[in-house]
Design a binder for this molecule. Structure first.
Ligand code: HEM
Length: 500
């Protein structure tokens, strides 16, 4: 209570200082902006989910508008043509990331690929990732991990549903799948699911990761009202520092383990061999940064995409039926689907594209920052502006998509939709480098779920598709659904074995 009172008084004090002493910088020809309040600017307009609040503003202000979030000028773009201008003509200028407090702690002082400013270091990290992690060779080398983890998922569902329809909760199972895929790629360890050999270590890992995820959602008020920093408001930073210290220790522990025994085929082992030849660049800090990014960017994104896809499918049984027919005709019921089948399953691919169009895991992409003055749509975007892209709104823009809010996978079969029209993985040089891995994990898992089980809604009502407020766009209500094993499961798992 005392702390709250102190915080409130400090905030009021700081607002007064800011109001009377620090006039906001004015710029000419900025994108339109709604009326603002002194000091906090438009902070009072910020409500969750952000993409919906910003879509509402764009309906009155147009596809390019600006806000002052405290002292930070923000430009929000919500049209395809504006995004194209941002990431073609202005791609280099807008390739920076903002220096939010969270990046100082969770992104190793802005040295990880997600948070690093645009420049040589960032370029090196992207090159390193594309060779050491996301190259076709590396992704193929980790194929057995993906198959094995999908096998675990199928087995868990089979245990419940081998004798008829059973109610299953999907969110945690899909999350276990993607976390295990990434952790096995990084360190060869399974930390999620049932029957774990290392249960105490796994529990500590899971607890810490969920803490890191929830701290990553919060933004530091001082990032927008720097005056709070001057008057000593640092409780937020102290908490971040504490969590990051524990997370760092855990990542370091994994590196040390592999340093003692590096004969495994994991990301840590590959990076440690690079460290031997170039120790000054491939420091432990850089390796921990890459591990951190893989965990934070590569897990939830794929898991929520799968959960949205399953939710949309049970709400549209006719689409589910067509997807199953496609898999049955190409793969049959005698063996499980594999990644090589995916390219022939165009309707399954269309379902995935339609899911990420309607429910992009990162609806506002990641924030970009301008390193110089530029113009977008004829408006000035000064140096130091935070640029937000409302990918969610663009993916539902009636000017770009026919019947935009309906789930219609066929749209992706009829015409070849250009990559940039589907904004969900970003666009330009900072676009997602993990697309290939995400497509393999999501494709294999979704195809397997459709091939191996029948799916129905729990009751008559449609599955609620309201978004939650997670760091990635999750569902407000975790998906529960009825599932029943199909013939192929009996063929493959009849002995209870789990070798997909
Ligand atoms: C369905 C799954 C995924 C979606 C929808 C997604 C989406 C995105 C988006 C929208 C961005 C920001 C683009 C921008 O700033 O313009 C991004 C960046 C990034 N993603 Fe993904 N992602 C997914 C999966 C993954 C996976 C599996 C990994 C790695 C294991 C990954 C690693 C990254 C990294 C490292 C960045 C930062 C790139 C940079 O700043 O240079 N993502 N992703």
């Amino acid at each position: 209570m005392e702390t709250t009172l102190l915080l409130v008084s400090l905030s009021i004090f700081s607002l007064l200082i800011a109001f009377f002493i620090l006039p906001r910088k004015t710029h000419r020809n900025l994108p339109p902006s709604p009326p603002s309040l002194p000091v906090i600017g438009h902070l009072h307009l910020i409500e969750q989910p952000l993409h919906r609040a910003f879509q509402k503003l764009s309906k009155t202000l147009g596809p390019i508008f600006s806000l002052h979030l405290g002292s930070q000028l923000v430009v929000v773009v919500s049209s395809q043509s504006a995004v194209e201008e941002c990431f073609t003509k202005n791609d280099v200028v807008l390739a920076n990331r903002p220096m939010f407090t969270v990046g100082k702690y969770f992104r190793y002082d802005y040295t990880t690929v997600v948070a690093s400013p645009y420049g040589d270091h960032w370029r090196n990290l992207r090159r390193l990732m594309s060779v050491e992690i996301f190259s076709t060779n590396r992704l193929n080398a980790f194929l057995s991990i993906r198959q094995d983890e999908v096998g675990h998922l199928l087995h868990r569902l089979y245990q419940k549903s081998s004798n008829g329809f059973a109610k299953v909760e999907m969110k945690s199972k899909l999350s276990d799948l993607t976390f295990n895929v990434i952790m096995r790629m990084i360190a060869g360890k399974r930390y999620y699911g049932e029957d774990l050999e290392n249960s105490a270590e796994a529990e500590e890992f899971r607890e810490l990761v969920s803490e890191v995820f929830s701290s990553g959602v919060a933004s530091n008020p001082a990032d927008f009202l720097p005056v709070l920093r001057w008057i000593g408001y640092n409780g937020f930073e102290k908490n971040l520092a504490k969590t990051q210290k524990r997370f760092d220790k855990l990542l370091q522990g994994l590196i040390d383990e592999h340093r003692k025994d590096n004969c495994k085929n994991t990301m840590i082992d590959h990076l440690l061999s690079l460290q031997e030849s170039q120790p000054e660049y491939y420091t432990d800090e850089i390796i921990k940064g890459l591990m951190n990014v893989m965990i934070l960017a590569g897990t939830d994104t794929s898991a929520v995409t799968l959960e949205w896809a399953m939710s949309l499918l049970v709400n549209h049984p006719e689409v589910l039926k067509m997807a199953r027919a496609e898999i049955d005709s190409h793969v049959g019921q005698d063996r499980l689907i594999n990644e090589h089948d995916l390219q022939r399953l165009s309707y399954l691919q269309a379902i995935i594209s339609e899911t990420i169009r309607l429910c992009p895991a990162a609806p506002m992409l990641l924030p970009h920052m301008s390193s110089d003055d530029c113009t977008v749509g004829g408006y000035n975007v000064p140096q130091g502006t935070l640029l937000l892209v409302n990918a969610w709104a663009i993916n539902r823009d009636p000017k770009a998509w026919d019947d935009p809010t309906s789930f219609k996978p066929e749209r992706f079969e009829v015409e070849k939709v250009e990559g940039h029209k589907l904004m969900s993985f970003g666009f330009g040089r900072r676009a997602c480098p993990g697309v290939g891995l995400a497509q393999r994990v999501v494709g294999l898992a979704l195809g397997s779920l459709i091939q191996c089980f029948e799916w129905e809604r729990v009751g008559e009502d449609l599955v609620n598709l309201t978004e939650g407020n997670g760091l990635t766009m999750d569902k407000a209500e975790p998906l529960e659904v009825m599932c029943k094993a199909r013939e192929v499961m009996k063929n493959v798992f009849s002995g209870g074995a789990c070798d997909a």
